[in-house]
Design a protein around this ligand. Structure first.
Ligand SMILES: Cc1ncc(COP(=O)(O)O)c(C=O)c1O
Length: 416
């Protein structure tokens, strides 16, 4: 039997507890949606004011040089590189995850086309976050005839699905719905054994689980900075490409920011020889400037500690739901095995949507994903063990009191 006192004692002993003070968290809110939009680092407000008042307002266009706006994408890439096992010069922050996925998959297909033109299959998971599938459908639509998008139903089907016809395999490191975590190293070995290239979507794993892209031998990766990394709403995404592909960096959105000498104003495109070749056009500097605030907090600790607390919190959440909400028609869809668990916990419930709205009305913010999935993001930098206790007490009250049955909680907002 787990008690509130035990949870409080764990907070006292928590090695990451002090990091919570670096976030601006609204009083009375239990925020379990940092896997969708991270909380606000306190530094972000001062940084936003500085970039708007001084850099834009006073230094004006001189800021491209004076305040290093031009090199911000690579500086941020270098800053977050340690979180993904990358070295300086290998990662960049730019555009959106959707766009970056398009760029790296197009690059991977192009590499294969030159060496192995018979490989015409792009493999992805049916259960991928839809934008990944939509971007791949769009890409397949403009590639030569014969390129197809093949969908697999899950990790168990992957082994048989990757063949000598596969060009690229695109997977989410952590599944956005279930929280399933792939063993990246094992999958990359499987993909490479068949001569295919591996592209990873890190949206639900960057800042949530330790990642070592080089050790795992991945080829390309993309991911959000506005979720676990707390970069701010719509903050630009990251992109990483293995340096072994550097001579072959070639992406179709060949805008002037990716040019080797953009201020030559030349007629012909010549790509930058490095990771900047993945840039396209002018970057959203205000939003981009805030990314360092969230990443900076991670750099005060290490991902092994974050992972330890994440697993302790998700274990606690799962155990408390079993203890407090037994008989409430909740089905855990997140793996129990630590090896395959990311940092969010999802339950299926027939009234999942309305139950999440009832929780939000109580100040417990999670979210809902079709079909019937109640999703709770566990962010070790600012969540306490006692928060998990409180959240589960609210969940129990919502379910036992059938609060989901109220008409106001059934109305769907534009965003669920
Ligand atoms: C796995 C995954 N990929 C991509 C995205 C979104 O990409 P974008 O930032 O381009 O909207 C999300 C957003 O939730 C996601 O969960």
């Amino acid at each position: 039997m787990i008690t509130l006192e035990q949870c409080r004692a764990r907070d006292q002993a928590d090695e990451l507890a002090s990091l919570r003070q670096q976030f601006d968290l609204p009083e009375g809110t239990l925020y379990l949606d940092g896997n969708s939009l991270g909380a606000m680092p306190k530094d972000a407000l001062a940084r936003a004011q500085d970039v708007i008042r001084r850099e834009w307002g006073v230094d004006l266009i001189n800021s491209w040089n004076k305040n290093n706006w031009w090199v911000l994408p690579t500086r941020l890439g270098d800053l977050l590189a340690p979180l993904v096992g990358a070295d300086a010069g290998e990662a960049i922050v730019t555009d959106t995850t959707s766009l970056n996925l398009f760029k790296v998959v197009a690059n991977a297909v192009d590499i294969q086309r030159r060496g192995h033109p018979e490989r015409k299959i792009i493999l992805a998971e049916r259960d991928a976050f839809p934008t990944d599938l939509y971007m791949l459908q769009g890409l397949a639509g403009i590639l030569d005839q014969g390129y197809t998008l093949q969908l697999v139903d899950g990790p168990d089907d992957l082994g048989a699905a990757v063949t000598e016809r596969t060009a690229v395999v695109v997977l989410s490191h952590v599944n956005y719905r279930t929280g399933y975590l792939y063993d990246m190293k094992t999958v990359d070995a499987l993909v490479h054994a068949q001569g295919a290239l591996a592209v990873w979507d890190l949206c639900h794993s960057i800042g949530a689980v330790p990642i070592d892209l080089k050790d795992a031998d991945a080829d390309f990766a993309v991911g959000c900075t506005y979720k676990y990394l707390n970069g701010g709403p719509g903050a630009p995404a990251m992109l990483w490409a293995h340096p072994r592909h550097r001579a072959d960096f070639r992406q179709p959105l060949s805008g002037w920011w990716g040019h080797a000498r953009p201020f030559d104003m030349a007629t012909d495109y010549v790509p930058d020889p490095g990771i900047r070749s993945f840039l396209c056009g002018t970057q959203p500097i205000v939003s981009m400037s805030l990314v360092a605030c969230g990443v900076g907090i991670f750099l005060q600790t290490d991902m092994e500690k974050v992972r330890r607390k994440s697993l302790a919190l998700t274990d606690l959440f799962i155990q408390l739901v079993a203890q407090e909400c037994a008989g409430q028609d909740l089905t855990l869809v997140t793996p129990l095995d630590h090896k395959y668990r990311g940092s969010h916990v999802s339950f299926r419930h027939p009234q999942g949507y309305a139950a999440v709205q009832a929780l939000i009305a109580r100040g417990v913010i999670g979210d809902y994903r079709e079909p019937e999935i109640m999703r709770f993001g566990i962010t070790p930098l600012y969540l306490r063990f006692a928060d998990i206790w409180d959240a589960v007490q609210h969940l129990k009250a919502v379910l036992e009191g059938r609060e989901w049955d109220r008409a106001e909680y059934r109305e769907r907002g534009l965003v669920t």
